[in-house]
Design a protein around this ligand. Structure first.
Ligand code: CU
Length: 103
């Protein structure tokens, strides 16, 4: 690779790295599933406050990543989930797991 090629390589690395660092990983949430729309990859969750994002507790719709299998997610289940900002700037669920609620 010549000098010009290296310069372009470094420039593109610098352009990409801050974007990754900026997100600082993903946000974790916990809540109760209200409804599941597996066809459109959406869930409605009444979630606890998410301090990482400064969100209060609320009931809201979430877009779910297509890599997530929603068939294991049932209304009424308590779940833990991770959120990541997608290209559209919306928080998208990247993983969602039922948690056993101790009685
Ligand atoms: Cu919310």
């Amino acid at each position: 690779m010549n000098i010009k090629g290296l310069t372009i390589l470094f420039a593109s690395l610098l352009a990409v790295t801050p974007a990754l660092a900026h997100e600082g990983g993903d946000a974790h949430g916990k809540g109760v599933v209200s409804s599941v729309d597996a066809v459109n990859h959406k869930v409605n969750i009444s979630h606890d406050p998410i301090s990482t994002l400064g969100w209060p507790a609320m009931k809201m719709d979430f877009v779910v990543s297509h890599s997530v299998d929603l068939t294991a997610v049932k209304p009424g289940a308590t779940v833990e989930f991770t959120l990541e900002k997608n290209k559209a700037g919306a928080f998208e669920i990247q993983s969602i797991e039922p948690v056993s609620t101790k009685k």
